[in-house]
Design a protein around this ligand. Structure first.
Ligand code: ADP
Ligand code: MG
Length: 253
């Protein structure tokens, strides 16, 4: 009996490999001194389910690259293709909704809305994308908070939580609409080292469940937790261009 290939369980709903592809991407900023090239001719592919760390000194282009992947910014040249969509061509008025469903975003300073409870913060992207019936949203938020280990904080305001707990809440919020991709810009930059390890472990588990995770980071000693390091120097990728081959495939359930 042949298995039905249509039902093969892949973590990439589009069946596209790579899930993220940048082709000859250039991004420059206009400054008083003229055009400043933040990214030069980037060719980069990231597979579905990979956990990739962007490294490099401050100013090397990590945030710019993440922002292009998340459709938070647009390239001047080249193509950014994410889950089969040419993100650089998505009209401005459709970008936020596209991002809401496809890319969960985590920031260094958490950016939780201070007047909403933790559960309400996690429900916001669900409300925005209308991704599931309103009556199911709170239960889903509680499930996500449980997954990141802070279910008991659900009805508190962000200010009542520690930095590490706030970042866990921000990760739960990023997962609200079950996006295939999570990007995080220095997500441990404001956390102590023990909390940082726990947060990186959360991303590792996400990746093991099939989510593609791309972070910018200055953390050392991450080689054990990530699949691949992509190193940037002055807007150019100098190492880690292609997918690591050493990591064993995650088996099915
Ligand atoms: P990183 O995240 O690695 O620190 P960035 O992507 O933030 O690097 O920045 C790359 C380069 O682009 C830096 O030299 C930075 O000064 C410049 N840059 C970033 N954003 C802007 C902007 N909005 N206007 C002008 N220059 C910018
Ligand atoms: Mg940055």
């Amino acid at each position: 009996m042949q298995p039905d290939s249509q039902k093969t369980n892949t973590s990439d709903p589009t069946g596209n490999r790579p899930l993220i592809a940048l082709r000859k991407v250039g991004k420059s900023y206009s400054t008083p001194a003229g055009e400043f090239p933040a990214l030069r001719e980037i060719d980069l592919e990231i597979d579905s389910g990979e956990f990739v760390a962007l490294t490099g000194r401050s100013g090397s282009g990590k945030s710019t690259l993440l922002n292009l992947i998340g459709g938070l910014d647009r390239p001047n040249r080249g193509e950014v293709i994410v889950a089969g969509v040419s993100v650089h061509q998505v009209p401005e008025n459709a970008l936020a909704r596209w991002r809401g469903r496809n890319v969960g975003v985590v920031f260094q300073f958490f950016q939780l809305l201070p007047t909403l409870t933790i559960a309400e913060n996690v429900m916001l992207p669900m409300d925005f994308c209308d991704a599931r019936p309103a009556r199911e949203r709170r239960a889903h938020a509680l499930e996500l908070l449980d997954r990141v280990g802070i279910a008991e904080q659900a009805d508190k305001l962000p200010s009542a939580l520690s930095g590490g707990q706030q970042q866990r809440a921000a990760i739960a919020r990023a997962l609200a609409n079950d996006p295939p991709i999570v990007i995080a810009d220095e997500p441990t930059g404001n956390l102590d080292s023990e909390t940082s390890r726990a947060v990186l472990g959360l991303f590792r588990r996400l990746s093991d469940r099939g989510t593609t995770v791309v972070i910018a980071t200055h953390e050392r000693d991450i080689s054990g937790v990530i699949d691949r390091t992509v190193e940037l120097v002055d807007g150019t990728v100098t190492a880690g261009l292609s997918a690591a081959t050493g990591r064993p495939e995650q088996g099915g359930e």
